[in-house]
Design a protein around this ligand. Structure first.
Ligand SMILES: C[S@@+](CC[C@H](N)C(=O)[O-])C[C@H]1O[C@@H](n2cnc3c(N)ncnc32)[C@H](O)[C@@H]1O
Length: 266
């Protein structure tokens, strides 16, 4: 069942703005209480809604997204900030751009909100981001862990039953693909879902990469109910219960969203 926000860009933008203002920014402010004047980059910015409240607070922002159409939408929604020089929008693959030439040691905050699970070779990107950070810089991540009930993004399925069945994305690849075909999903949707299956990231794997790439976790929050569901489905956010959050692997299956701030070890 593809939902209204999958088709309506203004609605999606507004949901990004509300979620960013109410949840993402207060989380980031635990590390950066004063945001004015900070340099921020969002990788996978989509329509730009996550950046909007940061722009309102006086940050200087760069938004990067692979899909030119989404960058075009961001330009429409955030035109005033492009015009006053506070925002630059770049339609490029994060791996294609020579960011290092232009942005080495530039950003106080780099944001990957619902993006890391779409980007291949997460070890490479997480390592690479370090070079773009300023000396006090940190990276924020928000993502749905792979093993959670809908970690495969199957809610984008047209078929209502498929879009609601939990854990179906954990089937072996050929079986999962076969099921999607039998239920009549479009080829584009199947490609998208198989891409997420290739790149999906669990809590445990994320933390292993962070450690191997010599970062330190400065903030971490697990949600039983993802804050974005409030704006998409009217269900209130709920933090994960402490004892569950403390059990590796088990927490992966029961946590619908995680937020992290990480910074390079000195
Ligand atoms: C689910 S959307 C998230 C949009 C927004 N950050 C939000 O929280 O709503 C993920 C975005 O990441 C972008 N993306 C995926 N891979 C990328 C890459 N390699 N480089 C830049 N952007 C990428 C996609 O085009 C998409 O717009």
């Amino acid at each position: 069942m593809s939902l209204e926000h999958h088709k309506d860009a203004s609605l999606r933008f507004q949901q990004q703005v509300d979620n960013s203002r109410d949840y993402v920014i207060p989380f980031i402010q635990q590390e950066f209480p004063e945001l004015r004047g900070l340099r921020v980059m969002e990788v996978g910015c989509g329509e730009g809604g996550v950046l909007a409240p940061l722009l309102e607070k006086g940050c200087n922002c760069v938004g990067v997204d692979l899909v030119p159409y989404r960058i075009e939408l961001a330009r429409n929604f955030l035109g005033q900030y492009s015009q006053n020089g506070q925002l630059r929008l770049i339609a490029k693959n994060i791996y294609d751009v020579d960011f290092l030439g232009e942005f080495r040691n530039s950003f106080d905050i780099i944001i990957l909100k619902d993006a890391i699970e779409h980007i291949p070779d997460q070890e490479k990107i997480i390592g690479h981001l370090k070079q773009l950070l300023s000396p006090r810089g940190q990276v924020y991540f928000g993502f749905p862990p792979w093993y959670m009930p809908h970690g495969g993004h199957q809610q984008i399925c047209e078929n209502k039953f498929l879009s609601m069945v939990p854990y179906i994305h954990l089937l072996p690849r050929p079986l999962y693909k076969g099921v999607l075909r039998i239920f009549g999903e479009k080829q584009d949707t199947i490609i998208d879902l198989m891409d997420v299956k290739s790149t999906g990231i669990s809590i445990e794997r994320f933390e292993r990469i962070v450690k191997r790439q010599q970062y330190k976790i400065t903030q971490r929050r697990f949600y039983l109910i993802n804050p974005i569901y409030k704006y998409k489905f009217g269900v209130n956010a709920r933090k994960q219960w402490g004892p569950i959050a403390a059990i590796p692997y088990v927490r992966d299956f029961l946590t619908t969203c995680v937020y992290y701030m990480i910074k390079p070890e000195q």
